[in-house]
Design a binder for this molecule. Sequence first.
Ligand SMILES: CC(C)(COP(=O)(O)OP(=O)(O)OC[C@H]1O[C@@H](n2cnc3c(N)ncnc32)[C@H](O)[C@@H]1OP(=O)(O)O)[C@@H](O)C(=O)NCCC(=O)NCCS
Length: 214
Amino acid sequence: MEYDDGIKVVVANASHEKYVDIILATITDSAKKRGSGIASRTHEYLATKMRERKAIIALAGEEEEFAGFCYIESWGNKEYVANSGLIVVEKFRKHHLATRIKQTAFTLSRLRWPHAKLFGLTSQAAVMKINTSLGYVPVTFAELTQDDAYWAGCGTPEKPCCINCDILARTGRKYCICTAMLFDPKDHEGEPLPVQLPPDVVEMAQKAAKMNLR
Ligand SMILES: CC(C)(COP(=O)(O)OP(=O)(O)OC[C@H]1O[C@@H](n2cnc3c(N)ncnc32)[C@H](O)[C@@H]1OP(=O)(O)O)[C@@H](O)C(=O)NCCC(=O)NCCS
């Protein structure tokens, strides 16, 4: 589907580091408004994601106003890949921008880690809808990565990030408020990717896949 709204959705690079502070502020502000906790991410962490070409940014108009973002992380020795930190600036919501950002992150993830299972945790209906359209299905937490570093993002009762992390701890990481969703590439062999990425990005991703990079 083509969108004629002047918003471009691109795989970020080092030139986008100037947007990191506004991205972090927008994520923090939105979490405060929703009354939810949030995994703490530093300026350096997001800037590194951009440099490694593991982030997607949406920019509006000729002045390239920040409109949305997400980044990609691999877990458990690249067996699992998650798209995290999805945010759309309030005034740009409900125009399928998150859909476009997630489609781009999904396409990049599939090219770069073709054998990885893609997963996410979310309590947002919009994200569940988008994930479903990409081929994700709801699963139990047991089917996700057991990499402790991933779960550290939710926090612990002693060092909370998400306000519900006490539930996660109490259930031994089996249940929580979020729904777990998983895309298993084995169930989708030969299916087309949702968007087309520029040739240089495709080349970069395929090269990284061949070299089995993180
Ligand atoms: C969640 C969020 C990213 C959605 O962004 P968005 O650009 O408005 O989403 P989209 O327009 O692509 O919506 C995708 C679908 O969800 C629906 N949707 C959007 N917001 C919704 C809401 N609040 N409740 C229910 N459905 C919603 C849309 O109608 C669309 O459905 P359709 O494809 O059938 O038309 C945005 O609201 C946001 O940044 N929220 C705060 C941060 C956050 O919650 N991040 C996700 C953490 S997992």
